[in-house]
Design a protein around this ligand. Structure first.
Ligand SMILES: Nc1ncnc2c1ncn2[C@@H]1O[C@H](COP(=O)(O)OP(=O)(O)OP(=O)(O)O)[C@@H](O)[C@H]1O
Ligand SMILES: [Mg+2]
Length: 266
């Protein structure tokens, strides 16, 4: 499978800082959904900024095979248009698309991100979650096939968070070549990806399939990573019903827990 992003021997130090990345190498395949986790200051955002070309590494190479789209933590930082329509048109203007075709394309993307009819809305009239949807729309309208999210849902309420996650899952299902890199602290969001990268002090300390890493309780605890709600609930249920069949530890998502419990009661 072709790579979406291939990083070789990357070394990076901030002008006034200590070395952050030393000889970091990483390949992300086309169509992969990678979750990037790690404690505050571990280098997640800087890695994203290097991939986006917003920082320049002192050594190493970054190969990008596709068009990048990014969504940051604070939607206000990235909304530059006067209206939703202007915001979405920006990317198209850069591509020198025929202006006659723009309204149609904007309409299609607004439908895709679940915001039909919002073309004339002003940024102030949108909630944080709606702005994040427009930010995703800005990435989609330029046909980005590598989406990078940096804690893009951390400011949203649980409903807003869930609907963005659903949107991402739908997009990923519809387009098997869409690569998603999601930097997040949210355990339930992490399990949407198939692979997890754990950063610590600029080093990749784990790069494992989600199911393997999220069931490795000692590792999660040692590195201060959150378990999913379903894992924690399953553990408590097991403790409270020691004489019954124990819920297996590979039950990590809500859906898996629900179906296990329903089946065990049959
Ligand atoms: N502009 C900067 N100049 C100097 N040092 C910086 C700069 N930005 C970040 N750093 C340092 O680089 C390290 C990695 O920061 P980074 O923002 O990439 O971490 P992060 O993993 O995204 O953390 P968080 O979970 O808090 O968002 C930290 O030690 C931080 O202090
Ligand atoms: Mg960060």
């Amino acid at each position: 499978m072709a790579s979406a992003i291939a990083i070789y021997n990357l070394s990076f130090t901030f002008e006034d800082g200590l070395p952050l990345f030393r000889n970091l190498s990483l390949t992300i395949k086309k169509g992969e959904w990678l979750s990037v986790v790690g404690r505050n200051g571990s280098g997640k955002t800087t890695l994203m900024r290097l991939i986006l070309g917003l920082e320049t590494a002192q050594a190493g190479t970054i190969e990008i095979n596709g068009r990048l789209g990014a969504v940051f933590q604070n939607p206000d930082d990235q909304f530059i248009g006067a209206t939703v329509e202007d915001e979405l048109a920006f990317g198209l203007e850069n591509q020198e698309l025929n202006p006659d075709l723009m309204p149609e394309k904007i309409k299609r993307v607004l439908n895709e991100v679940g915001m039909p009819g919002y073309d004339k809305s002003l940024p102030d009239q949108l909630s944080g979650g709606q702005k994040q949807r427009i930010a995703i729309g800005s990435a989609l309208i330029i046909n980005a096939d590598i989406l990078i999210f940096d804690e893009a849902t951390s400011m949203l309420d649980p409903v807003g968070r869930k609907s963005i996650l659903h949107l991402l899952s739908d997009l990923h299902r519809q387009n098997p070549n869409l690569t998603i890199i999601n930097i997040t602290h949210d355990a339930d969001e992490i399990v949407s990806g198939k692979r997890i990268l754990v950063l610590e002090d600029g080093k990749i300390i784990a790069d494992r399939p989600t199911a393997a890493l999220m069931t490795d309780r000692p590792f999660l605890r040692e590195h201060h990573l959150a378990e999913t709600f379903a894992s924690k609930l399953a553990e408590r249920l097991n403790e409270n019903r020691p004489n019954q069949t124990q819920i297996p530890k590979n039950v990590i998502s809500n859906d898996q827990l629900i179906s296990w419990l329903l089946n065990s009661n049959k």
